[in-house]
Ligand binder design. Structure first.
Ligand SMILES: [Zn+2]
Length: 271
């Protein structure tokens, strides 16, 4: 974080740690306070899903309940903007290529795990049964698309648990289903939990490889490093727009329908 913002005299970077949450811990994250005009500042929180516990965790090991609880309940963020490395399925026309940055419209789920804050003692017959049609907020996706000069109806899938990539036959099946982008369970659980927390979730995908991948994760990391700067610029652009212009998230956004109230506001805090 210091590398990204430390040189900007208008920014102050603080490293924060929640030692424990009802869903585990620790959770490490950063607050960047940026002065936007004299006497006025905006707080933006950054969290690396792979490093939030203090050690590097692969996609199937991520502690998404603990870090999402931290953002939604302890920090109390207004919205979440995520980024994700994805593979692109080849289409003769209308497909995506390595290096593309996309704000997808649709989400598909091939894993089917029960991503939820629900647990024994923190449960309810109704509160967790929430619509999933707008896991990705259409309003935030529109702002992200505008910031990357792409408009997209891409279908993004929670495709395999990893840490391996898909087989060729798995990719053929996803292509028959009309999927454009495939990823591991990184952003998908976050989008579901953001819905339980009644907070809109936006996602920017960077195409790190064509799918099925024919190389190791090292190549993915190298391509993502090149896309880091334009993706960060788009995220910051949208964050400032949401905070400092009249483009705040609308209360009647479809992503809020039957997800207006957080499960924590309904049930209290898990113990
Ligand atoms: Zn929304």
């Amino acid at each position: 974080m210091q590398d990204l913002f430390g040189q900007d005299p208008k920014c102050r970077v603080e490293k924060l740690t929640e030692r424990i949450t009802p869903y585990g811990g620790p959770v490490i994250y950063y607050r960047v306070t940026r002065e936007v005009k004299p006497g006025e500042a905006v707080d933006i929180y950054f969290l690396s899903r792979h490093l939030s516990s203090g050690v590097y965790l692969l996609p199937h090991e991520l502690e998404w309940q603990a870090y999402m609880y931290t953002l939604l309940r302890l920090v109390g963020v207004d919205c979440i903007l995520g980024t994700s490395a994805v593979g692109a399925i080849y289409y003769e026309t209308g497909g995506y290529r390595q290096g593309d940055i996309i704000a997808p419209r649709f989400a598909d789920d091939y894993i089917g795990d029960p991503y939820t804050f629900e647990m024994r003692g923190f449960s309810d017959k109704y509160a967790f049964h929430r619509p999933s049609e707008w896991l990705l907020c259409p309003y935030l996706q529109g702002l992200l698309a505008a910031s990357t000069t792409t408009s997209s109806t891409a279908v993004w899938a929670n495709s395999v648990r990893g840490p391996r990539f898909e087989t060729g036959r798995q990719i053929q099946r996803r292509k028959r289903d009309g999927v454009h982008l495939v990823g591991m369970p990184t952003a998908f659980p976050e989008a579901v939990l953001a819905g339980e927390g009644a907070v809109p979730y936006g996602l920017l995908c960077g195409v790190s490889n064509m799918a099925p991948a024919k190389h190791s994760g090292r190549a993915v990391g190298e391509v993502m490093a090149e896309m880091q700067e334009p993706m960060l610029r788009a995220i910051l652009d949208v964050a400032y727009k949401l905070t400092y212009t009249d483009t705040e998230h609308p209360l009647d956004c479809p992503c809020r329908q039957d997800r207006e109230k957080s499960v924590f506001d309904i049930l209290g805090d898990p113990s």
